[in-house]
Structure formats: C-alpha cells, structure tokens
Write a protein that binds this ligand. Structure first.
Ligand code: GLY
Length: 379
C-alpha cells in the first residue's frame, strides 16, 4: 500500500468521522484501533446538548457545542444516506427538571445563565411540564424545555461511521499504536480519547462515568419521549429514552481512572431516576458500565497541530461532549489537513494553549520528589 495521506489513531466517533470526511476528499486514509468504538462512546448516552450542557465559565466551549449541534441535522442526513442505516437521531428535545425546591433553584440558576447567553431554553409551568411528560413524578416541582437538545445512539453511530468511512475508501487497521513514530503517514491525527496523553503528552486525564441501561417491560417504548435532565435531592441525573425500549441513566463524574461499577453509584443513579420517573422501577436493569471521559484542564477539546511535532494533529480531550462535537471536529480537522489553514473556530482549542507541552511523547511534571512521569492513563 502507498503511504497513507492520513493516519487516524482511534476509531471512536471523532476518529471515524475525520476518516470519513478525509476519504470523501480523496485522501488515502487508514484508521488504527484494535477495538473500534470500545472507548468512551461505548458508554456515552449520546446527548446532543449544547444548551443543557452550557456551564458557567465556558463560553468558548459553549460556542463550539452550539456550532456543532447546528451541523448535526445535515451530518445525520448525510451519514444515514452514506451508511444506509440510522443511528437513533431523535429530536423531541430535552426537559430540565427539579425534584425539590432546592433542586429547582439550582436548575433555575443555570438556565438563567443559559438564557443570558441567548440559548434556547424556556421555563414551563408545572401543568405544561406534565402535559409534555405525564410520566414525571407528581412531586417534580418544575422545569424548562431545551427544544434544540437532541440525541443519538453512540453505539449505532460508530457502526454507521465505520461503514461510511470504509465505503468512502478508508481502511481500518486492528494494530494498537503505542508510539506515533510507528505510524507512517503524511499526517497523523490523534483521536485516541484519553489515550492521547500517553501518545502525545497532552494534558488529557480520565474522568470516570458510571452509566446504567434499563429496558421497558416487553421492550415497549419508554413512557417518556424527551431526554430528561434532572436534579433530584442534590443528585444530577439524565434519562435518555431510545427506540426499542432502552433508557440510559447517567452518569457519575468521578476523578478516577478505574472502570469498576460500584453499588453506591448504582443506588444513587437509580434512586434519582425513579424519584423523577417512578415507572422506571418496573424496568429491567440490563447493563451497568463505567467509562472514562477524556478530560482536559479547561474541559474543552484539544484541536489542531501539535507544537514541535510536524504532521501530527490532535482531535482529543472531548470530555463530556464527544458525540455532539463529532461533526464540527471532523469538518475543522479535515479542512486543516486539506488546506493547511486553521479555521478561526479552532483558535480557542489549540494544543499550545497549555504551557509546557513536550516535544516528545511523555509529559514530565514536577512532583514532590522532583520530576516524575505522569502515569495515569485510560487503558
Ligand atoms: N455528556 C454526558 C456525560 O458526560 O455524562
């Protein structure tokens, strides 16, 4: 085989979408991954939530989330046609609800901030909330609707992206990449989730999330249609109803690198879920998993050329937002490869915003006993 134009390391949604877009542009593309789709996307709920996940102090990230969410409808239509299969893209919108008065006060504070940014979120009267979702518990105090916050099924998305990328000419290679020097290509894109840390020295750290999957009795449709993001006695939880009866209940956010499922986390997630939607107590519990989000120091992704590493680009550190950011990441990174001109949208997310980025593959940090290697990785 001729030397590829582009080697993508990592076959999650971001890596596969970059491979698909690059192959569409006529580039020779390989994707390295021993287990495509087995990283954070395997656990992810798939919320496309630029509004409900707009948090205080992250205006640039919120801008990128909004930009990518706007690209999702076109991306979904094109991918469905290219892959010949859907992936559960649903557009009913998201309800943000508070169980108690305290929970509602917390939710209101955040949606007032989101409204202040001009984002589409509208408070509802309790009767309006129940008209939309009669399955909500009577004691839910109130809520709001974010009509533009949609969802997809990330596992089906990976299958569709893999099909589309291969149909466009990309080749998936099952070998594991331990060093970027082992990759032969004109351009290498590191889209390896928190595996990017060991490959590049980028400050990407694992952030554990425990997630449950329930199923409605008899595989009937869940008794609610919107994504529900709830505050319930101080617990934050989301409930994502799928075609086929599945409901995803997530997620813990833990500064840990293991993937154990703990009884305490399952208890807290289930209690919050059932407090908000009592019928969930009758559902089957079919899966309890934990995954590792690729977190960064400012919670925003790392996109663009690595300083001192000619031909190496990062598309990493998507933290809580890998699925929603897939279209914009793929577009911007592909354009950068094809034109060598970074889109202005990339500016806040450049790898060199973090001081001390090494030229080699491992970041050296100053520890109490002097310099030591950072050793926490996702795998
Ligand atoms: N975006 C949802 C999560 O990270 O749990």
């Amino acid at each position: 085989m001729l030397t590829p134009d582009v080697a993508v390391v990592g076959a999650g949604p971001v890596g596969l979408a970059i491979a698909w877009r690059c192959a569409q542009r006529g580039l020779r593309v390989v994707v390295h991954d021993p287990a495509p789709g087995s990283g954070a996307s395997h656990v992810a709920a798939g919320m496309l939530a630029p509004v409900a996940e707009a948090y205080f102090g992250e205006p640039e990230l919120t801008g990128l989330l909004t930009e990518s969410a706007a690209r999702w409808p076109g991306f979904a239509a094109e991918l469905t046609a290219a892959a010949g299969r859907g992936f559960g893209h649903r557009t009913e919108g998201t309800l943000v609800v508070g169980l108690t008065g305290d929970d509602l006060a917390e939710a209101r504070r955040l949606w007032a901030y989101q409204q202040g940014l001009g984002l589409p979120i509208t408070p509802l009267r309790p009767s309006e909330l129940r008209d939309r979702e009669p399955a909500l518990a009577p004691r839910v105090r109130g809520g709001a609707v974010a009509p533009g916050d949609h969802q997809v099924d990330p596992r089906r998305l990976v299958t569709a992206l893999r099909t589309a990328a291969e149909r466009a000419g990309a080749t998936l290679l099952p070998g594991r990449v331990d060093r970027l020097t082992d990759v032969a290509a004109r351009v290498t894109v590191v889209a390896a989730g928190c595996g990017a840390a060991a490959l590049t020295g980028l400050p990407v750290r694992p952030v554990k999330g425990q997630v449950l999957r329930l199923r409605a009795p008899g595989r009937g449709a869940p008794g609610f249609r919107h994504v529900i993001r709830g505050y319930a006695d101080g617990e934050s939880v989301y409930l994502v109803p799928r075609d086929g009866g599945e409901v995803v209940v997530g997620a813990t956010v833990e500064e840990r690198a293991d993937t154990e499922v703990t009884a305490g986390a399952v208890l807290r997630l289930l209690r919050a879920a059932v407090d908000l939607v009592p019928e969930l107590a009758e559902y089957d519990l079919v899966e309890a998993t934990a995954g590792l989000r690729p977190g960064t120091p400012d919670n925003a992704p790392i996109l663009g050329a690595l300083p001192g590493r000619p031909g190496v680009l990062a598309a990493a550190g998507h933290h809580r937002h890998g699925i929603v950011l897939t279209p914009v990441t793929a577009d911007l990174i592909t354009e950068l490869i094809v034109t060598a001109e970074p889109d202005p949208l990339l500016a806040p997310f450049r790898p060199d915003r973090f001081p001390g980025l090494p030229v080699g593959g491992v970041r050296v940090v100053a520890g109490a006993g002097g310099a030591e290697m950072e050793e926490e990785t996702c795998d």
